[in-house]
Design a protein around this ligand. Sequence first.
Ligand code: FAD
Length: 297
Amino acid sequence: MLTRIVLATLPLVPKQLMRKIASRYIAGETLEEALARLTGLAQRGHPGIIDVLGEGIADEREARAVAANYVEAARAVAAAKLDCYVSVKPTHVGLTISEDLAFELYSLVARACSGLGLFLRVEMEDHPTTDGTLRVFERLRAIHTNVGIVLQARLFRTIDDIDRLAKGPLDVRMVKGIYLEPAAIAHTDPIRIREAFVQCVEKLVGRGARLSLATHDEHLATSCIEILRANERPADSYEFQVLLGVREELWDRWKSDGHTVRVYVPYGPDWQAYSLRRMRKNPQIVGHVMRKMLSFR
Ligand code: FAD
């Protein structure tokens, strides 16, 4: 109920206050602000991931401009000698317009990243985009060695998608999945989502994939580390990935245990509309933000 009220009144919150709330999770509006945040994280021993906020682009020219922004971000990250890679949402580079356009623009970013020695992650959005995203990723993987994908434990299909992905080197960011999906196609019980995550990790370890465990769920992280240790996976074959501003006490603990903890740093002028869209799609995020503001944890 409270979440619904907060969601309904969020558009009325003054931009300055929204910005203050969002600044914990979003680096700022400009590339310079993102670089400053990444540099601060690097000084604390955390490599980064750079993401330009946005999604659902319906205009080809806009999608091309987004790809150019990503190339600019990649060049800036390389020039600053940051250990940081680039992460791109498929609908931000035109997947809703056409798969060919998304493939073309991902290829452009992948080529630029490759020339700079950087990695490119293809992110995963809601279920109507899953097939298209996997097809674009497979086309990219056939040409570029510096690309990886995101897989969502929440979706029933994911465990079989791992088998369907072509043989060869594979780099996966495993997530629970941020989009609330229909019960007919996805786990809705948090315990089942966690179990599915562990099953996917087991399968990915079995096929020798490089793994990014993108979670702030300590219990889940412990189960995954047990699987990696039981399979004698070296520390450089996996890493933890976390969102800017979320459970920083965990980052330090994992880091002092010898794990790499890479931080996702989103930025861009679209931050306000993007934050609102995200909160509407998954009202749990409102709860997280409110708890942080009230310092309950
Ligand atoms: P949860 O059970 O949701 O959270 C564990 C604990 O962490 C909670 O108790 C809470 O205290 C805290 N927490 C979690 N999220 C927040 C938050 N936003 N604010 C404050 N506290 C929080 N999802 C996709 O669908 N596609 C992607 O491409 C994608 N990329 C991601 C990249 C990274 C680096 C990360 C870390 C996540 C990504 N996600 C993506 C989101 C992911 O799917 C989950 O929604 C998100 O990580 C929360 O799940 P959790 O595993 O941390 O577990």
